[in-house]
Every structure is written in structure tokens, then in C-alpha cells.
Design a protein. Structure first.
Length: 396
């Protein structure tokens, strides 16, 4: 067995593919962020108020996945801090810290405070955070990334408190930067939160194929050994990612995973076959992640589709709703309206889990024909791994 491990370690240590794979990591912030100069300038001009000791306006940033929102925000904050030490900043990913308790705990711990994993009320935690922030006597910028994930689960009460926090501080001043992939997220916030959080708004457009190609070429030259990857392969990755809403993160993942597949196979060059295998692997992982983080009723609707398609090739909206009602009754939980289920179907269609095609049925009106767009086994695995109480509902 140890021989197998040694062989694997040797293939990584003596890689014919990678020079340094960290340059393809989504967490890597490069020294330059091409094709985001306008966004960098806008965020920097807002935050530069710290130079005069003034609190910058809150900023709300939104755009699709992989458009550089997080990278640009971290880049600007890092560069400003190198030049101006008169402020502090904290980054919290609220998909990982997805409860008000964990968000407050992360902020407290960023300043060296200690928080038990559970046991305190949110109100007590908030009070402790206020004291710690006030003791800093400086401007503090709090970045809340993927805030839609937390708000969908727990509401926007903590967001409301944070947007009003300066009324409770005497010595410190706080600015917020909210980041989301959901372009409709702001519309669903409490009007008081929306007006405070969105003092400055910034939309990140998707990258086009040429921009993605430029980004990939820069990273590939740092990540791969000479001769490993051709311009044609870089163009292919850029074209695939441009088709998928201009997602630079997906393009970089394609390159990285293709390189890892080539490395495992003992190849010395990345080919179209490696890219295709990487695409299938990433798609499977993406579906798993999306399903794992779906809201409770969205998961039940998805199970309803799975169960219904056991007997038919397609389902109508009405059929999905009838199965959904039976499942919620079986669980003893309240069901949402048929209109909400129709909205959930649209959301599942938008993220590529199902296809929901509008069909005109003449005098019977319009309905949607619903089919799965991804592998059934991946859906079942994601549901079973992440929500034990829903396992008994799956009848396939």
C-alpha cells in the first residue's frame, strides 16, 4: 500500500505539468487584475476617504459568479492598506459562516476576541462585538461576501443591525461592503436595509471570450511548465467559460483540473481530451454544491421531480405541485403556494438543474414541461449527503 502512496507523491513532486498550481487557485489574488480597471478605480475612489479619516460609504457589489467581485475587493483593500495604515478590514464569507452567530463570532475573532462555539445569545455576541470595535478607535471595513446565502436562511436582521451600527459606536466607524452573485437580491431586502447598504452600487459584467483568454494566458504562463499548454487549448477554455456567463473562476478551474488529470495520467501536455474530462468532473461538482445549498422547500420540489419522473419522461407544473403537496403532508410540514413552486422551478432551471419549457396547451392555457438537466445519481447523492430528514422522501 505504501508503494501506491509513494507513486502518487512522486508524480506530484516530479510533475511534468505544473510549475506552481497556486496561480490557478480561486483564492489567489494576482498583482494585476486585467479588464477590471474601471471597477478597481470606482471601489478605490469610494474607500479612499479613509485617507482623510472619514468613513467611506457602504458599497453593494453584485454580478454573476466568476466576474471578479471578491478578487477586486480584496485587491483594492490590500493595496490601500499597504499605503494607508489608518484603517482595518475584515473579510467574512457568509456562505461558510452562514448564521448571524458565526458572522459576529468571525468579526470578534478577527480582533483577537474569544467566542464559544455555542452558548451565547446573538444579542450578547453583538454587544461584545460593539465593545471590541469601539476599542479599536479607527475606521473598520467589513466585507460580507455571498450575503444572499445567509439572508435566505436567516433573514436580514443582522444586516439591518450592521447597517445601523455607527449609531451605537463612539470611537470607531464602520463601513460595509456587501457582495452577492444574485442580481435580484437587493430587491428582496427590507427597504431600510437596502437604502443603508446600497449607498454605492457596483455591477460587475461578465468577461467576454477575449478577456477570458487574456486572463488564462497570464495565469497559465505562471502555473504551467513551458510547452505544456497551447494557445488552442487556452482559447477552448475561454470559449467554454464565455458560454457559461463569462465565468473566469470556471475557466481557471478547467485549466487546473485538466492539468491535474494530465498529471495523473503521466502526460506531458494538456489536450482537448483532458479539457473534456475536466469539464465533466467540474460540472458534477458544481451540481453537487448547488443542490447541497438549496433552501428546504427547493429540495422538496426537486425530490418531487425525481419521484414523478420515475413514471414519466416529463412533468407539468401542476403535477410537480401535487407530488410536492403529498411530500410535505407526509413530513407534516407546511407547503408553499403553487406560484412559489413555479418560482422555484424557474430558479432550478436558471442554475441548470432542470429544464422548464413553457408549453402552450391551447384553450387549457400554458404550463411548463419539466425534465432533469443533470445526472440523477448526483442529485440523489447531494440530497442524501446533506439532509438526512429528506432521505425517506426519495422514492427512486
Amino acid at each position: 500500500m505504501s508503494d501506491i502512496i509513494d507513486e502518487v507523491l512522486s508524480s506530484v513532486k516530479n510533475s511534468n505539468i505544473f510549475k506552481n498550481r497556486q496561480y490557478l487557485s480561486p483564492d489567489y489574488i494576482p498583482d494585476e487584475l486585467p479588464h477590471r480597471e474601471e471597477q478597481i478605480k470606482k471601489i478605490a475612489s469610494i474607500l479612499a476617504q479613509v485617507y482623510r479619516g472619514e468613513r467611506p460609504n457602504n458599497i453593494f457589489i453584485y454580478g454573476l459568479t466568476g466576474t471578479g467581485k471578491t478578487a477586486v475587493t480584496k485587491f483594492v483593500l490590500n493595496k490601500l492598506y499597504e499605503k494607508i495604515k489608518s484603517f482595518k478590514y475584515i473579510y467574512v464569507n457568509t456562505r461558510q459562516s452562514d448564521t448571524p452567530y458565526r458572522i459576529l463570532a468571525d468579526i470578534i475573532e478577527s480582533f483577537g476576541g474569544k467566542v464559544p462555539f455555542t452558548g451565547l445569545s446573538t444579542a450578547e455576541l453583538y454587544r461584545r462585538m460593539l465593545k471590541i470595535l469601539n476599542d479599536e478607535h479607527t475606521i473598520i471595513i467589513i466585507v460580507l461576501d455571498e450575503i444572499d446565502a445567509m439572508v435566505k436562511k436567516h433573514g436580514d436582521d443582522i444586516l439591518y443591525r450592521l447597517t445601523r451600527i455607527n449609531t451605537e459606536l463612539n470611537n470607531a466607524k464602520v463601513s460595509l461592503i456587501g457582495i452577492t452573485n444574485d442580481v435580484k437580491f437587493v430587491d428582496n431586502l427590507d427597504p431600510r436595509v437596502r437604502s443603508s447598504l446600497s449607498e454605492e452600487e457596483l455591477v460587475f459584467p461578465p468577461y467576454n471570450a477575449e478577456e477570458l483568454e487574456d486572463i488564462l494566458r497570464r495565469r497559465a504562463s505562471l502555473a504551467f511548465k513551458d510547452g505544456v499548454i497551447s494557445d488552442d487549448i487556452i482559447r477552448l477554455c475561454a470559449a467554454l467559460a464565455a458560454r457559461d456567463h463569462g465565468d473566469a473562476r470556471r475557466a481557471l478551474d478547467l485549466l487546473r483540473v485538466a492539468g491535474e488529470i494530465a498529471e495523473r495520467q503521466g502526460d506531458t501536455k494538456i489536450t482537448e481530451d483532458h479539457i473534456e474530462k475536466a469539464r465533466i468532473e467540474i460540472e458534477r461538482d458544481r451540481v453537487y454544491e448547488i443542490i447541497s445549498t438549496l433552501p428546504f422547500h427547493s429540495k422538496i420540489v426537486l425530490i418531487s421531480i425525481l419521484n414523478g419522473l420515475k413514471y414519466k419522461n416529463t412533468l407539468t407544473t401542476g403535477e410537480v405541485y401535487e407530488i410536492y403537496k403529498k411530500l410535505t403532508s407526509e413530513m407534516g410540514t407546511e407547503c408553499v403556494t403553487q406560484r412559489r413552486v413555479s418560482d422555484i422551478l424557474n430558479e432550478l432551471d436558471m442554475v441548470g438543474i432542470i429544464t422548464a419549457t413553457v408549453i402552450n396547451r391551447g384553450r387549457y392555457g400554458k404550463t411548463k414541461e419539466v425534465k432533469l438537466a443533470v445526472d440523477k445519481a448526483t442529485i440523489i447523492r447531494a440530497l442524501k449527503d446533506n439532509d438526512e430528514k429528506l432521505i425517506s422522501l426519495i422514492k427512486v
